[in-house]
Design a binder for this molecule. Structure first.
Ligand code: GLA
Length: 392
């Protein structure tokens, strides 16, 4: 199955954890349809862990918890399909899911068929409680094969948290995306650590099999199931979304889309940032500068880069249609100048060309630049531009 651009959707885990139900999923789908998320590209609605009874049925099949999903999964899937969504579910390669529910180890073929019978279009496949004596790669290969055997197109979303460098082998065994890190938490250090840890692996991410940097926490503001440390601010969320878009990785919303603050709603529906994420060439970004800043203002403690020693990051991503996306990131708490010297991405001063830039957040023209374009970026913030070559 061709997955040409990073999958976009919503997943229940970050906000709701075990507090999931048919009603929540239907309300979420309605909100996503009515508030323009579906039109923006968010098509997969994924139920994460905790959807089943604690024991399999007499026929060996996993049984949806009737208190949470009284209609069963097929009726829910039908509703989601009728609204134009694709339906995602969750299982795990180990003997129990992370939250202790039945899992697919030695049940791969039964469970894949069960999911297909229910009309599932996407399977997130976790890695908890995996027997030490078993071979992880082989079990991901088994579920990939079992899904194929159903004859239904089911996106295989492998989630082994980066164990054994999945960017080297998940694509070969048929996965369409693979989690590359541990779980995201709703704080600045967590999501920037995730993104920065994957910059050098993104060369192996692209059409058909994407590096999955985990579900977004945008709009959670410290509520929900992955709150830890200092909750993200609006500024932090803008940086999170910009990183996920420039890295070209799946955009799975993790907030409560029924009640998102307007800022968060507009951010994740921003058409220019989504266009960067969904660019059909699916190239990785080029790291133009890492850890370089021009200047900074110390924070109230006189402390400057205590959160990360290397604070600046400049990315340039080649897009289709002779366009580029540029991102300037400041991982430090205080404002800093983040450089972009065009020569460092192949555009020397003597070329006779400059870059015409548009602010990707606002759509405003930033002007025509030659040789360089530094940005003063607030602490934890970023700037993102769409750029085109222009003759000087
Ligand atoms: C693991 C995964 C998370 C989530 C939980 C559910 O931690 O990495 O994304 O699916 O399990 O228990």
């Amino acid at each position: 199955m061709r997955i040409a651009t990073p999958p976009m959707g919503w997943n229940s885990w970050n906000t709701f954890g075990e507090n999931i139900s048919d009603q929540l999923i239907v309300e979420t789908a309605r909100a996503m349809r009515d508030k323009g998320y579906l039109a923006a590209g968010y098509r997969y609605i994924v139920i994460d862990d905790c959807w089943s009874l604690r024991e399999r049925g007499a026929d060996g099949r996993i049984v949806p918890d009737p208190a949470k999903f009284p209609r069963g999964m097929k009726a829910l899937a039908d509703d989601l399909h009728a609204m134009g969504f694709l339906f995602g579910m969750y299982s795990c390669a180990g003997v129990q899911t992370c939250a202790g529910y039945p899992s697919s180890f030695d049940y791969e073929w039964i469970d894949a068929q069960t999911f297909a019978d229910w009309g599932v279009d996407f399977l997130k496949y976790d890695f908890c409680n995996f027997p030490e004596s078993a071979d992880g790669r082989n079990r991901y290969a088994a579920m990939s094969m079992a899904l194929k055997a159903t004859g239904r197109d089911i996106l295989f979303s492998a989630c082994n948290w980066g164990t054994d460098e999945p960017w080297r082998w998940m694509k070969a065994l048929g996965a369409h995306m693979y989690r590359s890190t541990g779980d995201i938490q709703d704080n600045f250090i967590s999501f920037t650590d995730i993104a920065r840890s994957q910059l050098d692996n993104l060369c192996m991410s692209g059409a058909d099999c994407f590096n999955d940097m985990d579900m977004l926490t945008i709009g959670m503001y410290g509520k929900g199931n992955v709150a830890l440390g200092k909750p993200c601010t609006d500024q932090d969320y803008a940086t999170q979304f910009a990183l996920w878009c420039l890295c070209g990785v799946p955009l799975m919303l993790g907030g409560d889309v029924r009640n998102m603050k307007p800022f968060a709603e507009e951010l994740v529906r921003n058409p220019r940032l989504i266009r960067i994420n969904q660019d059909p060439e699916t190239r990785p970004p080029m790291v133009v500068h890492r850890g370089r800043v021009i200047d900074h203002i110390p924070d109230e403690n006189g402390c400057t880069w205590h959160e990360h020693p290397d604070c600046g990051l400049t990315l340039l991503r080649h897009l289709s249609g002779n366009e580029f996306a540029v991102g300037w990131f400041n991982f430090a708490p205080a404002q800093a100048g983040v450089p972009f010297l065009f020569a460092d991405c192949g555009l020397p001063a003597g070329s006779g060309f400059g870059l015409r830039m548009t602010d990707a957040f606002t759509g405003e023209d930033m002007g025509l630049f030659r040789d360089w374009c530094h940005q003063d970026v607030p602490g934890h913030g970023c700037k993102v531009a769409l750029a085109r070559l222009e003759k000087l």
